[in-house]
Write a protein that binds this ligand. Sequence first.
Ligand SMILES: *Cc1c(COP(=O)(O)O)cnc(C)c1O
Length: 402
Amino acid sequence: MIESRLTEKSFEVDQRGYYGNYGGAFVPEMLHPNVEELQQKYLALISEESFQKQFRYLLKNYVGRPTPLYYAERLSAKYGGRIYLKREDLCHTGAHKVNNTIGQILLAQRLGKKKIVAETGAGQHGVATATVCALMNLECIVYMGEVDIQRQAPNVARMKMLGAEVRAATCGSKTLKDATNEAMRHWINNPEDTHYIIGSVVGPHPYPDMVARFQSVISEEIRQQLMEQEGRETPDYVMACVGGGSNAAGAFYHYLHTPSVKLVAVEAAGLGVDSGHSAATTALGKPGVLHGSKTILMQTEDGQVVEPYSISAGLDYPGIGPIHAHLFETGRATFLSATDDEVVEAAFELTRLEGIIPALESSHALAVLGRMNFSPEDVVVVNLSGRGDKDMGTYMKKMADS
Ligand SMILES: *Cc1c(COP(=O)(O)O)cnc(C)c1O
């Protein structure tokens, strides 16, 4: 079934790197050559036949794609609708992040870069980056907030075992935002030989579009798999958690211009949207510039970035990618949020109903199922962005406490 992509509003990036009012490239002068080189070359490079061949080969035989689209019968019985889980948790390294790092390492090679720098929150992007650096024999430095180094210890060990150097970010709330600042600073100081692999649809143009394209394999597969299982390519709902928004962008991508598909993005409410300890960006934020692009971010009256909080390190970020700011502003996607407590409960529930231990991040998308009021014939796809192995410390503590 071919649907018209010519709708009134476009959700694709324009020539200047904007999604409506959001996007662009706000970078210091030192980075202009790098960012401009990327802007000029990325589309041509990633559409080259040799690139696509290598990218597709690795996604299939290294990552294990296509990931299954699993009909969750007991979860569906509980919440109504026909709920499918897109199993990104089964990707090599345990989350969707590796789809993007494979694309970017192939790009870095073609740009002649010898070293890689990255930021990480939960450690999933750091692990995915360290993995492809080992694969391609490139030097890898990963910045990670000091708080996250403590709460995601298994991933720190994995990165080190893979040969990456993990450097602690010790400013601010010592989490993802601060790690991103440090990684950007490192790139500014080493622009010649280093490529920065950003882990989400954030950063200066062309990163948001480039990362969304690499992650769009998720919705490409969903379309085919729904056709096989439901006899149609389009679900009624696609739901995903949003930190920076890369797993959501990938799951939404091929449905952006199909208005019948309702897009639901779930942010981290932390201890509660109004508690002062939250990362619910669209509920609390205003337009501003963060990490090289204009977007919506949590800030004070005078524009200071507000320190975010979430139990899940991967969503503990005060902004969202510009594509999501645009989806929010235009109403194309609905933005909800879930609290830490709701998320932990949803994680335990999925584990007991389906035998799948989800990442805390992914559990945000599960935590709002009870609010959706699906009708029985609704086809719902929840993007299960990652597995819960890295969160066992948190889950063990919850079991001990209860
Ligand atoms: C990093 C991460 C996220 C959040 O990042 P997005 O760019 O918003 O997708 C979500 N889930 C998992 C499992 C992650 O590792």
